[in-house]
Design a protein around this ligand. Structure first.
Ligand code: UD1
Length: 420
């Protein structure tokens, strides 16, 4: 198992190219189930979650090949309608295949994902939405079995705005008979991007970019070439890395608009940020001002940036509060940050950070993807060497992270570890 050795203290400077969005690719890839043919998805990040989705689609009969960042998916023949536990347990986004399989074939069997590292993550809204379109859902031995001769359009309101449930129900609705109206649908850029791809495939969707989607079902769809959006969470992580190390960094291949809330908050901490087309330049000379954040659905501060922001606020001279209103238990990184010297208390879903404490390198353990990112960020500014174990979590969502950080001047090395 790999680990990272990070020698803290280097300022980051230079340019970094942001990869295609992990969560974008994971939403677009299952859409190929909806129509036979060959698809090309450009700007696909080469990372573990994309490999997992490729393997899952492969098990359905869809051959996937990643060449650089161009993904070819051959969906001419689908031979299985089942997503086994071995794939779904590795990645919850595997659940995305349920809606399109059901819509196209009238039957699908998909393993239930179960909980995740930081707590329960239900899929009730995915199932309720599909039921509203006429699916019969049964649960058997850890699997969801969904059946419907032909899905029928209807109205469905998401009690909670959910990225995954919106994606799933949307992919089902495009082939349903009649009109589907979704309210309180997610408006995250990854969902908007999925809706755009579906329209390119021939779907009829109104209200893109809003929480009110009106979908008129069509009989068939066509394969397409599509460009994946840039990864806004990876971009936010590099912005924070630059600010924490008092660096000067230019991010290329971003969509700054998707990062508006993060950029705004970073400016409040004292960063100087310039946006030029798809580039973002950041420089920071001082310790950040303590700024409170509360995560929320898009366009708010993403919960996927909460752990990295926590690392950032360790450097502030003063107290700050970080509230996660999306995932209330997402604080697995905190005990590990405490091992580096952080002074943080968690009360309910709020982390209270007393910034300005000295951080010194230690061995720390990744528990999930964004927690790993926060440990690396803290390692970049800790005295001495920080060893981050279990970096396979990080490999799920950050393409070439050590190369990108090294190019920016960080001292970070990947080594094999005996320790688990
Ligand atoms: C997606 C992202 C993940 C991000 C999350 C929130 C992907 C592959 N993953 O996850 O990185 O952290 O959005 O932005 O895109 N909920 C229910 N019932 C459901 C579904 C969700 O109660 O059926 C709740 C969740 O517990 C959570 C909230 O809705 O509190 C939002 O979750 P959701 O948007 O569904 O997250 P994911 O799509 O799983």
């Amino acid at each position: 198992m790999d680990k990272f050795l990070i020698q803290g203290g280097n300022r980051l400077h230079g340019r970094v190219k942001i990869s295609g969005a992990k969560n974008g690719a994971l939403a677009l890839m299952p859409a190929v189930i909806l129509a036979p043919g060959i698809y090309h998805l450009h700007n696909t990040p080469n990372l573990r979650d994309v490999w997992t989705m490729s393997r899952l689609l492969g098990s359905l009969g869809i051959f996937c090949e990643l060449n650089g960042n161009d993904l070819t998916m051959d969906a001419r023949q689908i031979s299985s309608f089942e997503a086994p536990y071995e794939h779904v347990k590795k990645m919850r986004a595997s659940f995305y295949v349920l809606g399109p399989l059901l819509a196209r074939y009238g039957w699908a069997k998909v393993s239930l994902p179960g909980g995740c590292a930081w707590g329960p993550r239900p899929v009730d809204l995915h199932l309720k939405g599909l039921e509203k379109l006429g699916a019969k859902i049964t649960l058997e031995q850890g699997y969801v079995i969904a059946e419907a001769d032909k899905l029928k359009g209807d109205r469905f309101h998401f009690d909670i705005s959910s990225v995954g449930a919106t994606g799933n129900v949307l992919m089902a609705a495009v082939l349903a008979r009649g009109v589907t109206e979704l309210t309180n649908a997610a408006i995250e850029p990854e969902i908007t991007s999925l809706a755009r791809m579906l329209i390119k495939m021939g779907a009829k969707i109104d209200g893109i970019g809003t929480s009110h989607l009106i979908i008129e079902g069509v009989e068939t769809l066509n394969p397409v070439d599509e460009e994946n959006i840039p990864d806004r969470i990876e971009a936010a992580t590099y912005l924070i890395a630059a600010a924490m190390t008092k660096g000067r960094v230019e991010l290329e291949n971003t969509n700054p608009y998707h990062l508006s809330s993060v950029i705004e908050k970073m400016e409040e901490t004292g960063c100087n940020i310039d946006v030029n087309g798809n580039k973002i330049f950041i420089e920071m000379d001082d310790d950040p001002k303590p700024i409170n954040i509360k995560t929320s659905i898009y366009p708010g501060i993403p919960t996927d940036v909460q752990a990295q922001w926590t690392a950032y606020m360790l450097l502030a001279q003063g107290n700050s509060f970080i509230t996660d209103s999306v995932y209330h238990d997402r604080f697995k990184h905190i005990p590990e940050l405490q091992r580096l010297g952080a002074d943080i208390n968690v009360v309910d879903n709020v982390a209270i950070i007393k910034g300005g404490k000295k951080l010194s390198g230690a061995i720390v353990m990744s528990s999930d993807l964004r927690a790993s990112a926060s440990l690396i960020l803290a390692g970049l500014v800790s005295d001495g060497v920080t060893e981050v174990l279990r970096v396979y979590h990080l490999d799920r969502g950050y393409e070439s992270v050590e190369k990108k950080l090294e190019n920016l001047g960080a001292s970070i090395k990947r080594v094999k570890s005996e320790m688990i």
